[in-house]
Structure formats: C-alpha cells, structure tokens
Write a protein that binds this ligand. Structure first.
Ligand SMILES: C[S@@+](CC[C@H](N)C(=O)[O-])C[C@H]1O[C@@H](n2cnc3c(N)ncnc32)[C@H](O)[C@@H]1O
Length: 499
C-alpha cells in the first residue's frame, strides 16, 4: 500500500478505467491513424487497457512509470491478446533522452495519459526530487528557462516536452490535466509557434471521477507541418459534447477565453483612461481594521479602542463588495498616510490617541514581513495616494468570481477606502463616476470581460485585466460618445443638453 506522502510526491490519482475508456473511444475516433502509443506515467495502466480496447490498429505500446509496484501490477493486468509489441518499464520521465525514443514513436504515434497532479512547491514541502533533472529545486533553473516561472505543475513541464516532440510530426497527444495546465500548455504552443493543430479541451467532472474539486480537462492536439496562422483551442463542456461552447484564443501575447466574442469587441482592449488601482495594503488587519459595535471601535484582538476619527476611514473588503446585498460600510481602517512614504511622526501631535494606539501595537506593525515596510516611515501603509481619498469610486472584488462593479460614494462624509483584495478607480465628481459606472456595468463591458477572463483561475480579475478596458471604445459601442466627450474631452454644455 502506497502511503499518502508517496501519493503526493507522485501526484498519484489513477484514472478510473471507465473514464479512461470513455476518453480513449473519443481519442481513437479523432486519430484513427495511430499505430503506436506511449503512456509516459502509466500507473497501473488504465489508459493502456482503454487504448487496447478502443483501437484495432495498434502495433506497439510503451508504458513508463516511476513506481515499481504499479508497473508490476500493469504487467499483470494488461491483457495482450493482439500480439502487440508491448513495452512496460519502470522509468522516470525526467531521465528520458527524447532524441532516443523508439523509431515507431516518431510517426503515427499517440502520447496519452494522466500525468502527476503535483506542483514543485508541494514537492519542495516534502523534499521530493521528482522534478526535471536540470531543475535545481532552489532556483528551478531548467524549468524557468522554459517558462520564466518559479512555481509550476510538474505535468506542465512533461506536456511541454511532449508537445515539442510531436510538433511537426504525424503524432497526437491526449492528456487528462488541470485546466490551468492545459491553458499554460496552449500559451506555450502559441508563443513558441509549435507546429500543432486541432487543439481540443474537454471538461472533466473531477468530483465524480476522482472525488476531488479541481478544474480538469482532457486536452487533445495533433502535430502538423504547416505553421498556424491563428491558434485556437475549442472548449467542450464534457467528453460527450460534440460542439464547443467557446473557442479559446491567443492575441497580443495573452490568452483570451472566448476569441469570437473578443474579436467583435477587441477595440475595447486598449488602455483605460483612468487607472485601476488596488486598495490599501497594511498587512496587519488586526491592528489597522475595526468593527463598530454600537459606538465602540473593536480591533481584531477584540480590544475596545479609544482613538479619534481623524485617521479612520469607512472601508470595504472583497467579501462586502462581492455580496449581492451591498450594504453601507461596517468596518473602519486606520490610514496613517495620505501618500506612500509620507512622514508619520506628525500623528503624535495631530492625533495623540491614534499615536498611543499605534505605539501599543508597535511590535506587530514593526514585524510585518514584506520588505516594503523595512525602510518606510513607522506604521506605513501602501497603495495609498490622492486617489484613495476621492469621494467617488467604482470598485470590484479581486477574490470572488462574480464580476460585478459597484459604485461607492462617501459614507458619513468620508471617502470609503478598500483593502488590498479589491480594485478601484476613483473620481472627484459624482456625475463622472456615475457615467463610468454606467459604461462598466453595461452588457457590452460584461461580454468583453467574459471574453478575456478565465473565471476558474484563482484570481480572475486583476488590475492589468481592468486596465485593458478602454472607456471611449465602450462608450462608442453603447452610443454614448457625446456623453463621454463631455466628461473626458471637456465637452461643451450644449453636448450635455443632448442627454
Ligand atoms: C495522476 S497518476 C495517473 C496514472 C495513470 N497515468 C492513469 O491515468 O491512471 C500519475 C502517475 O505518474 C507517476 N509518476 C509520477 N512521477 C513520475 C515520473 N517522474 N516518471 C514517471 N511516472 C511518474 C505516478 O506514480 C502515478 O502513477
């Protein structure tokens, strides 16, 4: 029996035979020319069994697996009545020299399976060496050279290797992977202009098949000889769906979730006239944030706090903004500066009680881990500037999947501030804020965002995504250009009268 640690180390989720069979039927219908297969991390061999059942054309089968117990089991249970050239070996994927692959894998071959579900950070935690060989775990040199990233799924490395191998060949690949890995592979294919076509992604219900909640899919693609003019990946709702629900694409170095909608709205994909920014960062919510109970301020240590309101601002967190029942602020934030790097000593004089409170929590504030606080004035915050104190804001949560903008005005005559899990653009003028809110909450803006955002990613909304929404183009789509000109291009009163 393999221990849990081993299961983690080897990203070990054996594919149930039924699922492997369903996938194999679809795969061999797509690629009827396949004569040889390689399952490079074959486990107990369910994908090999399923392939043998789905195809009558196979001449040779290769299976590699790092775990000797699994390869023994695979050898015992794979029934080879078709007299196929069968090669099942204990082998480490990362030790393979791909230039020495058997001749029969160079043409009409299929690379199939379900690679390990584990990231290098998880392996780091358990001091595992199950990584690409040249990739020293401390600096990930080998992998970073390919992807420029320091945290990666080891399956991503494996699939990149295989995609590069089939590029330009009469060969195909079909792997069950996390959806995020499939997307990264697609990006790699596009960026490196690999000779790969017909990229199809079928969503898999992992709860049903593996009893885990992970967004996963079957990714299929084929090598080809002509370079692609436009890379597209068709997304299917399940293995049984014949028609894609949307087509993922690649443009200007980025992936887009729905290339057809994107192409209709792509002129919106330019610079936002007003910058989107994150909320205020203080990394010490227990000291810097307060709930109001009756008329008492209570901090995160449940201490009743006696400070004046000078440096206190009503605030929202992501959960407040994403809530369908959007309510008045119930929390306050202590904001010690008006600008990044501003001196804080004057708080002592301007608001002695605030200073005494901050001093009483000096240890916690001084031990904030981020290096940004090291050379900053005492009790500093970040993500703060004039924009934080404008009375009108359009805000959105960076943590939740419901992509909804909210319009926020002053509360008790003070600007409402946000924590750093939220994004905002801010305004001095209520009318301008209302107009931009009208633009951003339109269906066109929603469709545009849906076309560029992957809702299943950890943080679907980011500042860089928001900064891609050009308000003028949005106004043009909505027939609101006169109003736009009034607010953004010093339009005349005459134009205002039009609406
Ligand atoms: C997610 S499981 C899937 C097993 C099999 N492909 C299937 O579909 O049932 C991943 C498999 O990869 C194996 N594995 C992990 N690291 C490996 C490596 N470096 N080389 C070869 N196999 C490896 C694990 O032992 C495990 O059996």
């Amino acid at each position: 029996m393999i221990k849990n640690l081993k299961i983690t180390e080897f990203g070990d989720f054996q594919t149930p035979l039924k699922l492997a069979e369903k996938a194999a039927r679809l795969i061999f219908e797509k690629y009827p020319y396949i004569k040889s297969i390689l399952e490079p991390t074959c486990g107990i061999g369910n994908f090999i069994r399923a392939s043998l059942k789905a195809s009558n054309n196979l001449k040779s089968v290769y299976g590699w697996e790092i775990n000797p117990e699994y390869i023994k089991t695979a050898k015992n249970i794979i029934y080879n009545d078709k007299k196929i050239n069968m090669n099942l070996e204990q082998k480490d994927f990362f030790s393979v020299d791909w230039s020495l692959l058997p001749q029969d894998l160079t043409n009409s071959s299929l690379f199939i399976g379900n690679p390990p579900w584990v990231t290098n950070s998880e392996l780091g935690r358990i001091s595992s060496k199950n990584l690409p060989q040249k990739s020293n775990f401390q600096n990930h040199a080998g992998f970073e050279a390919i992807t420029g990233k320091s945290n990666f799924d080891i399956s991503e490395w494996m699939l990149i290797k295989i995609a590069e191998y089939i590029s330009g060949k009469k060969a195909a690949m079909s792997f069950l992977v996390k959806t995020s890995v499939a997307r990264k592979l697609f990006l790699h294919i596009c960026k490196n202009k690999l000779l790969i076509k017909n990229i199809d992604i079928y969503k898999i219900n992992t709860k049903k098949h593996f009893n885990v909640n992970v967004d996963a899919c079957l990714l299929c693609s084929e090598g080809c000889t002509a370079p692609s003019k436009e890379y597209r990946a068709s997304i299917y709702d399940s293995l049984s769906h014949q028609y894609p629900i949307k087509i993922m694409g690649y443009t200007k170095g980025n992936l887009v979730a729905d290339i057809d909608t994107y192409n209709m709205l792509k002129n919106i994909d330019s610079q936002s006239e007003i910058p989107w920014r994150s909320g205020i960062k203080h990394d010490c919510s227990k000291v810097m944030e307060f709930n109001l109970k009756g008329d008492k301020l209570i901090n995160g240590f449940q201490e009743q706090v006696d400070i004046s309101k000078d440096y206190l601002y009503p605030m929202y967190k992501s959960s407040h903004i994403a809530n369908d029942k959007f309510q008045d602020p119930v929390k306050y934030m202590l904001v010690t500066q008006k600008k990044i790097g501003m001196e804080t000593d004057s708080i002592k004089i301007l608001s002695p009680k605030t200073w005494t409170y901050l001093q009483s929590h000096k240890d916690k504030l001084d031990s904030r881990k981020s290096s940004i606080y090291k050379s900053a004035p005492k009790f500093s915050v970040f993500g703060v500037g004039d924009y934080s104190f404008n009375l009108w804001k359009i805000v959105i949560s960076g943590l939740y999947k419901n992509i909804k903008f909210k319009l926020v005005g002053p509360f008790q005559e003070k600007p409402v501030v946000l924590d750093d899990t939220c994004y905002m653009m801010s305004f001095k003028s209520e009318e301008k804020a209302e107009f931009v809110y009208e633009l951003l909450s339109s269906k066109v803006a929603g469709d545009f965002l849906d076309s560029i955002v992957f809702k299943d990613s950890k943080r679907p909304i980011t500042v860089s995504i928001l900064n891609r929404i050009n308000l003028k183009q949005l106004a043009l789509h909505l027939g609101l250009i006169e109003k736009y000109n009034f607010f953004f291009e010093n339009g005349k009163q005459k134009q205002l009268n039009l609406f």
